[in-house]
Design a protein around this ligand. Structure first.
Ligand SMILES: Nc1ncnc2c1ncn2[C@@H]1O[C@H](COP(=O)(O)OP(=O)(O)OP(=O)(O)O)[C@@H](O)[C@H]1O
Ligand SMILES: [Mg+2]
Length: 512
């Protein structure tokens, strides 16, 4: 059985396809659709994932990891968990193992999965996510952008595929504000064609930032009253975080709540209104508004050309997001999606499409129809190579942002010395002109060139972005016309050796 996994910053969800190729969420063993993205490492050497792990953060914060997704792409989680430094991939793998384990108790053995990533994730973070899946022992069929997954689930669920008349293609804006990331994507939905037009986003903006504003506001009040700061004590801070997150949720429904802060033997209860909360966080909302305007400009569209606005992600429960979108776009956003599971459902559809295409004999579920769907995406960041101009190191863009994928571009380089057998090319992602303002994907070494090449021999390098946003490089020695070896060395990325070491560790870890 294949599953789609929404690996969120704060919550995860799993979905699968039924016999007719329709997606549905798979609850965890406790019967919940959402599993908190929290890992508790117990003194007995086992791991606990989900709500119980989150609860343990109140007692033993140093044994609990949360918000791991914000660290994806970095070499370390950033602080020790149960006394040990971890890679973000390994901590994510523990969560994935638990999700797959729970799904397997209901569905039987899991043969493959699709994991979702924020559309704005760069290659380094995409690789880290795929590696997390491998460390968890999963067969990762593909990754898919979260807003695309949501739109895919929407198009399947809204019956777009099932009407006999081909419906008019719809242009849909997906505004996805989750716990830790923000993505906004424009998609064109046709009967059998699913095309992303443009992507914008922010990998460090989500519900957590709204929580932090509220927590800091309450902590300042506490500090003023008692002269002591609850943010300085891990336990008080964990309590403060959990209280403010709950208060924030309540403010989506009621106009006023009270927040209680406990620290150093004192207790302070402060009331806050929704209007005050919205004032505290106004600039965060404005950031999402600007990004939404940008994506429209990138696609060269105007608001009347957008047929629908879909809201995805738990943070769109905040009434201010819907109000802002109505005012900006001139239409009521669609609240009909089950925001907590729609991304996982779309990932399950994508898994179905991928396997139906791979398995054209039509053995998989609902594969006739799924196999006919064409999915087209764009790259969220420009792809370039570093070049030197005078004393400056610049980003020479080869594939522009929002180019339809897969895409590639070629560039010819010349050897600098006689007998040069390898060439190094630095690959960059980003819009900036200066190389050091971009994210480095890695160094690509082109090796195995013939030994006797004279200085100035041409080598052709082809940089490509695959349909799922991953970067690939190939090279040809133009003198012999033969392919040369080209591998990208990713600076913070896991090597195959490290990957199998981590996978062994996670395989032997008892996760519940
Ligand atoms: N009723 C509500 N009002 C306000 N915020 C809410 C509400 N319900 C959930 N949230 C917030 O939504 C966020 C979780 O949303 P979601 O599950 O979509 O995010 P995620 O998938 O974990 O994160 P990401 O997609 O950014 O990786 C949390 O910050 C949570 O506090
Ligand atoms: Mg999410």
């Amino acid at each position: 059985m294949q599953i789609g996994i929404d690996l969120g910053t704060t919550f995860c969800a799993v979905a699968t396809l039924d016999d007719r190729g329709r997606p549905s969420a798979v609850p965890n063993r406790d019967g919940d659709i959402l599993t908190p993205s929290a890992v508790y490492l117990s003194p007995d050497g086992s791991a606990v994932v989900g709500q119980p792990a989150l609860d343990m953060a109140l007692e033993q914060p140093d044994r609990v990891a949360t918000l791991i997704k914000r660290k994806m792409g970095l070499p370390e989680y950033g602080r020790p968990v149960a006394g040990r430094e971890f890679r973000p991939e390994t901590l994510s793998a523990i969560i994935l193992k638990k999700l797959a384990q729970d799904a397997a108790t209901q569905l039987g053995p899991i043969t493959g999965c699709v994991i979702t990533v924020p559309a704005y994730f760069d290659d380094t973070r995409r690789k880290a996510t795929m590696d997390a899946g491998r460390i968890a022992g999963l067969n990762v069929l593909d990754i898919i952008d979260e807003p695309s997954a949501a739109a895919l689930a929407y198009s399947v669920g809204s019956g777009t595929r099932e009407t006999s008349e081909p419906p008019q293609p719809q242009t849909v804006l997906v505004y996805d504000l989750g716990g830790g990331t923000f993505d906004v994507t424009l998609v064109k939905l046709g009967k059998k064609r699913f095309q992303v037009l443009a992507i914008e986003g922010d990998v460090r903006l989500g519900g957590k930032d709204w929580d932090d504003r509220l927590a800091n506001w309450a902590a300042e009040k506490f500090l003023k009253e008692y002269g002591s700061d609850p943010r300085t004590d891990p336990q008080s801070e964990a309590m403060l975080q959990s209280t403010t997150e709950r208060a924030k949720r309540s403010l989506s429904k009621v106009e006023q709540v009270s927040l209680t802060v406990t620290h150093a033997g004192h207790r302070l209860t402060v009331p806050i209104t929704r209007a005050e909360f919205e004032t505290l966080t106004r600039d965060l909302l404005i950031r999402t508004r600007l990004t939404t305007q940008q994506v429209l400009a990138q696609a060269g569209l105007t608001w009347p050309q957008v047929d629908k606005v879909l809201m995805v992600g738990g943070s769109t429960h905040m009434p201010a997001t819907g109000k802002m979108l109505t005012e900006l776009t001139g239409r009521e956003p669609d609240h009909s999606l089950a925001v907590s599971e729609v991304v996982a459902r779309g990932a399950a559809v994508h898994a179905g499409i991928a396997s139906a295409k791979a398995n054209a004999s039509g053995e998989s579920k609902g594969s006739d129809e799924l196999g006919e769907i064409v999915e087209i995406s764009v790259n969220a960041h420009a792809l370039g190579v570093q070049i030197r101009q005078g004393v400056e190191q610049l980003n020479h863009k080869l594939v522009l942002k929002n180019t339809q994928l897969p895409a590639s571009a070629e560039e010819v380089y010349y050897t600098a010395r006689d007998n040069q057998t390898r060439v190094r090319v630095r690959i960059l992602q980003g819009e900036a002109h200066q190389a050091d303002a971009c994210s480095p994907v890695g160094e690509c070494w082109i090796e195995g060139l013939p030994a006797n090449l004279p200085k100035g021999s041409p080598v052709r390098v082809k940089c490509g972005v695959a349909a799922n946003g991953r970067i690939e490089v190939t090279a040809t020695d133009l003198t012999s016309g033969r392919a040369a070896m080209a591998a990208i060395l990713r600076p913070g990325g896991l090597t195959d050796h490290e990957l199998s070491r981590e996978a062994t560790w996670v395989r032997n870890l008892r996760v519940q």
